[in-house]
Design a protein around this ligand. Structure first.
Ligand code: PGA
Length: 268
């Protein structure tokens, strides 16, 4: 099974003003565009999506949003529907732990399941975030917790839809702390737990088809070690994606990939 690697930048609530976003994208765009054999995605705040989309149009770099509501339209003040994003975005991050932690009704397993299905229906590629907190990790509950998150998010979806998605395994204790998981641990959780849960529900071929990223304190220094792991198909990068040396990070990611053939349909 050949999986095309995917590196995504989660800007979170940063670089959301027009001038700063555009200046930053102008700085990194050429370098990123030269990178081969890997899908690249920038996920800026909503406020600058259209402007960033313009700058990315002539490049291979794709655009993603950081969330999308499950309803298509209606009385949901402050929310953005997948249908509104599909015109300009290819990807959407769903179920990020920073949202799960503070917006429990909007980010319950059921809500994330509905968001995922709406995103797929709108032709978006979900980047579904899962991951355990420190307490769960220490108590040896990672496997059980992350399997349940994966299964709950995809409930009711067909295998062909599941295969179109990307999962980001992001242990919460590693996010923004400078303390990444070890590449071996990330590889083990992604292989045994994330793909294991998918295999139980949808069979081995779906589990092997779907791309799974690691996220949590990914940096220029450690990205190559994650990319060298057979189960890790890329990374979701927060803090380190806000600096111009994100281009170096992407180069290091591309340089250390296992040998994989490009996707047959040439999609990026
Ligand atoms: P980080 O964030 O790279 O700053 O740890 C990753 C994420 O939250 O997606």
């Amino acid at each position: 099974m050949v999986r095309r690697p995917i590196l995504a930048a989660n800007w979170k609530m940063n670089l959301g003003r027009r001038e700063e976003a555009l200046a930053f994208v102008r700085k990194i765009r050429r370098g990123l565009n030269e990178i081969e054999g890997m899908d690249l995605v920038l996920c800026p705040p909503y406020t600058v999506l259209y402007q960033v989309a313009e700058l990315l149009r002539p490049t291979q770099i794709a655009l993603g949003a950081q969330d999308a509501h499950w309803e298509a339209i209606g009385a949901h003040t402050g929310e953005i529907a997948g249908a509104m994003l599909a015109e300009i975005c290819r990807y959407v991050i769903l179920g990020h732990s920073e949202r799960r932690a503070t917006l429990s009704r909007l980010e319950s397993d059921l809500a994330i399941n509905q968001k995922l299905s709406a995103a797929l229906a709108n032709g978006l590629t979900p980047i579904l975030c899962v991951g355990e907190n420190l307490e769960q990790n220490r108590a040896g509950q990672t496997h059980e917790f992350v399997s349940q998150q994966v299964k709950a998010a995809f409930r009711g979806r067909a295998a062909a839809e599941v295969e179109r998605c990307v999962i980001a395994y992001e242990p919460i204790w590693a996010i923004g702390t400078g303390e990444a998981a070890t590449p071996a641990d990330a590889n083990r959780v992604i292989g045994l737990t994330v793909r294991g849960a998918l295999a139980e529900e949808y069979g081995e071929s779906t589990a092997q088809a779907l791309r799974v990223q690691y996220g949590g304190s990914v940096s220029v220094e450690n990205i190559a070690d994650f990319m060298a792991m057979p189960e890790v198909d890329g990374a979701l990068v927060g803090g380190a994606s806000l600096r111009p040396d994100f281009v170096e990070l992407a180069r290091a990611a591309a340089g250390r990939q296992r040998s994989r053939k490009p996707a047959k349909d040439g999609r990026r």
